[in-house]
Design a protein around this ligand. Structure first.
Ligand code: 5AD
Ligand code: FES
Length: 345
């Protein structure tokens, strides 16, 4: 096993059989060795810095009906909201003072947010905070739309591919959504010049080890700047309410593997990871992650952006989360930095 891990560290790639071995037959001790290797690479590229992104969840309206997601359109129990441009600028103001230099605008696929409205918002944020990066995470749109938002000033785009296997994709999504279209969007985003993030849920219903290997091979092929992964966690008002959640161990294993496959990748220790274990985010950082994305949304809407059950930090002010995370990182020898935190070329 150590041979395989060493080779992954050197070559940044493995055969399918070797990936399978790593994902299924690893002992605790070997997993610690894998994490050590991942940390080593991470320290060479990013030192002990942890980049932080202020997440602004600006709409929970969504026209899609993904089986796993709490804000899917058929969830009648979701109480829907949209933030105004003024609300969003206020979040940025609070966030800027707290030291955030990246704002992530995330929302469901909400037709209210036309290109014009998003362009206005991006321009306003860039006008007031020209030293900050803007990341968009608003789902599938046309090439033209992505181009307009990029020209308005957006720097990065997160669009998890969710699973790189057609058949598995079909188990997680209604038929109007396709993996083909998802991948096309990611290519468009890359060609336009965004720093692009893909990603997937660990332990989503029906996921096999082979599906995970497909995800790793897809990441290799796409060469994204960021990869967002976190455990699947069931949401009570979805068709997957009774499914089991993804595990901490598998998520950490994949974080380390992804770091070793792409030493420079921006890799968040996600809120979902912090939700399934009280020290999930710390463990994520120690497995090779280098980004955290605390919530900057106004407290009165946080409980409404419930993608999964028991999401952490929904009762905390932005300042509390920032301080909490700074403390958690220091505790492990890492430092939250006040920087945009771009991909290192
Ligand atoms: N559990 C974990 N992650 C989820 N997401 C959506 N629903 C869930 C869930 N139930 C993730 C998806 C999406 C991202 C914004 O949140 O991967 O891309
Ligand atoms: Fe939100 Fe700890 S990060 S309370």
């Amino acid at each position: 096993m150590k041979n395989i891990i060493n080779r992954l560290a050197e070559d940044h790639v493995l055969s399918r059989d070797e990936f399978r071995e790593l994902l299924t037959n690893i002992t605790d001790e070997e997993q610690e060795y894998l994490a050590e290797k991942a940390r080593e690479v991470r320290h060479q590229v990013y030192g002990y810095d942890v980049y932080t992104r202020g997440l602004i969840e600006f709409t929970n309206y969504c026209k899609n009906d993904c089986y796993y997601c709490g804000i899917r359109r058929s969830n009648q129990n979701a109480s829907r909201y949209r933030l105004t441009e003024e609300d969003i600028l206020e979040c940025c103001k609070v966030g800027y003072e707290l030291g955030f230099r990246t704002f992530v605008l995330q929302g469901g696929e909400d037709g209210y947010f036309t290109d014009e409205r998003l362009e206005d918002m991006i321009r306003s944020i860039k006008r007031d905070y020209s030293d900050c990066a803007i990341t968009l995470s608003v789902g599938e749109r046309s090439y033209d739309s992505y181009k307009r938002l990029f020209d308005a000033g957006a720097d990065r785009y997160l669009l998890r591919h969710e699973t790189a296997n057609e058949e598995h994709y079909g188990k997680l999504h209604p038929k109007e959504l396709s993996l083909h279209n998802r991948k096309q969007c990611l290519i468009h985003l890359k060609n336009i010049g965004y720093q692009v993030g893909c990603g997937f849920m660990v332990g989503s219903p029906g996921q096999t080890v082979d599906n995970l290997i497909d995800d790793l091979e897809y990441i290799k092929e796409l060469e994204p700047h960021m990869v967002g992964i976190g455990p699947f966690i069931p949401h009570k008002d979805t068709p997957f309410a009774d499914q089991t959640q993804g595990t901490l161990e598998m998520t950490l294993r994949l974080l380390s593997i992804i770091r070793l496959m792409n030493p420079r990748v921006l890799l968040p220790a996600t809120t979902a990871l912090g939700t399934i274990h009280p020290l999930g985010r710390e463990k994520g950082i120690l497995a090779g992650a280098n980004v955290v994305m605390p919530n900057l949304s106004p407290t009165d809407v946080r409980k409404k952006y419930m993608l999964y059950d028991n999401k952490i930090c929904t009762g905390d002010e932005a300042a509390e989360c920032r301080m909490c995370l700074a403390w958690r990182m220091e505790n492990k020898g890492y430092h939250l930095v006040v920087e945009r935190g771009d991909y290192k070329i």
